[in-house]
Write a protein that binds this ligand. Structure first.
Ligand code: SAM
Length: 482
């Protein structure tokens, strides 16, 4: 039987079933131990230091205990601390991105995904480079600067060379004042050599969702195809880091398996990356399984209601304070509104999940990966964020300035966010307002920018940001950053 070892490179040792079962039993036994819960909540709170503020995070056991706790007052306290952490490290910025579906050819048999090989009635489509260009122009015309590319797994139709060619095309398109400055990649687990190629192509984060950490369920949910290999999939982030990619993203497809199991394993995975590579995951995504072409989410065992989903999100925030959290348009406006207060730092907006969907005037459904719940335009999403006092940020500065992995974390810990990320967010928001926003969004946006500029602590930085914003408003000069 595998023994738990967070430093091991073997999936079943760092995501260890025995350790997860013990964690869940311990959490269940202690879920009304108020003194223990209070001490964990106290530990999770951000603490002020001379240079900024620090957060210790929580172990998978501590975080699992909070998740098991059902007391409304304690849950409310979790929400408050999640918001405190979010504000301490990320401030009120929300980074915006869009997914770009390149191809829905796939040789896997994933039971929750309509792109599975046996689905014979879904049209199969793979973008040509000309079509990639058209999609990117449509995305730039909306105002996007950051994409997450998505593709099924198919070594013949979507080999790594195809993905690399698409990345090159995406970065090469400069339409009007637009450009895509960061391409994150969500493709199937691959080899160290391929990760090295992705790194050389200039990608941002490599994102791979585990779907479920429960091995037995994983094998059933992925009955055929290369994705059936649990260890190869679970160890992919280690290979990506070995290939030189500093920023990796984790995620669970919630709804497939029991959420408490997934949660403990997800935090263990973060602990493993930190223990082995000295830096935890750059992001954690929290997708929930959705209705899709031939997929009914009701067929899976782990569906969770919105309140449980909110608690789970807050507990992730408390456990891994420095990790960005992503919520997509799988969730509707109401859920997104609540989760933004609980520590989410990135959202997608104006998304289409079909191959070639952005270049179409009407939202196409035939090749969609899942139903999009939040169908508002990017302009509506940007305005809505500002109305809730979040700054929509199109910033991509960190990775372009080499602040990836632990260097990004250092920025967070030194409290330099307000002198760096905050002005970058405001400058990129101004680019959006100037080039793409509707008159009403522009009005609300510039009022917000005026208010928020005053919050920059260093006089010099504030002055430069003001000057750059004046340039953005009066000329075509773009892409300023600290
Ligand atoms: N083919 C790559 C892989 O296997 O990791 C890329 C994945 S796919 C384009 C992106 C993600 O969509 C998957 O990892 C899965 O979690 C999610 N997904 C698939 N079917 C879904 C559904 N019905 N509802 C919500 N999310 C789904």
């Amino acid at each position: 039987m595998a023994v738990y070892d967070p430093k091991s490179l073997k999936a079943e040792e760092f995501i260890n079933d025995g350790e997860i079962q013990e964690t869940l039993a311990w959490a269940e036994a202690n879920k009304e131990n108020w003194a223990l819960i209070d001490s964990i909540l106290e530990k999770a709170r951000p603490k002020k230091t001379e240079t900024g503020c620090v957060c210790s995070g929580l172990s998978h056991r501590e975080a699992s205990l909070l998740l098991a706790c059902e007391n409304p007052e304690k849950i409310q306290r979790m929400y408050e601390i999640a918001e405190e952490i979010k504000m301490a490290y990320y401030g009120n910025r929300i980074v915006i991105f869009a997914p770009l579906y390149l191809s829905n050819y796939c040789v896997n048999g994933c039971l929750y995904c309509p792109y599975h090989l046996k689905n014979k009635h879904i049209p199969r489509k793979k973008l040509t480079q000309e079509e990639v260009r058209a999609e990117v122009i449509a995305l730039q015309d909306m105002g996007h600067k950051r994409l997450a590319i998505e593709a099924g797994e198919d070594p013949v139709n979507n080999p790594i060379e195809y993905i690399l060619e698409c990345i090159k095309t995406i970065y090469s398109v400069h339409h009007k004042n637009g450009d895509i400055r960061r391409v994150n990649v969500n493709i199937a687990a691959t080899t160290v050599e391929n990760y090295r190629k992705l790194k050389e192509a200039g990608i941002g984060t490599y994102i791979l969702f585990q779907e479920t950490y429960h091995k037995e369920s994983y094998l059933k949910l992925h009955p055929t195809g290369p994705k059936h290999d649990y260890a190869y999939h679970t160890e992919a982030h280690d290979r990506a880091m070995e290939g030189g990619i500093d920023d990796v993203g984790l995620g669970v497809l919630f709804g497939l398996e029991l959420y408490k199991y997934e949660f403990a394993a997800l935090i263990m995975h973060a602990e493993h990356l930190e223990a082995v590579h000295g830096v935890g995951p750059h992001t954690i995504s929290v997708p929930r399984v959705k209705k899709a072409d031939d997929i009914d989410p009701g067929e899976f065992d782990g569906g969770i209601d919105d309140d449980t989903f909110a608690k789970l999100t807050a507990c992730i925030r408390l456990a891994v304070p420095y990790t960005g959290m992503i919520i997509s348009t799988r969730e509707n406006q109401t859920v997104r509104e609540k989760l933004l207060r609980l520590g989410v730092s990135q959202i997608s907006g104006g998304s289409r999940t079909s191959v070639g969907g952005y270049a179409e005037a009407e939202r196409p459904h035939d090749t969609e990966q899942f139903d999009v719940s939040d169908q508002r335009s990017l302009d509506e999403v940007v305005r809505w964020l500002m109305e809730q006092d979040h700054i929509p940020s199109f910033c991509t500065a960190c990775y372009r300035a080499g602040r990836t992995g632990d260097r990004f974390m250092a920025l967070c810990k030194n409290g330099q966010i307000l002198n760096c990320c905050h002005p970058n967010a405001l400058m990129t928001l101004c680019e959006y307002l100037e080039d793409y926003a509707s008159p009403e969004t522009k009005r609300i946006g510039y009022a917000m920018v005026e208010r928020e500029l005053e919050r920059i602590p260093k006089d010099k930085v504030r002055e430069i940001a003001r000057q750059n914003i004046a340039d953005i408003r009066s000329s075509n000069r773009r892409d300023f950053r600290f």
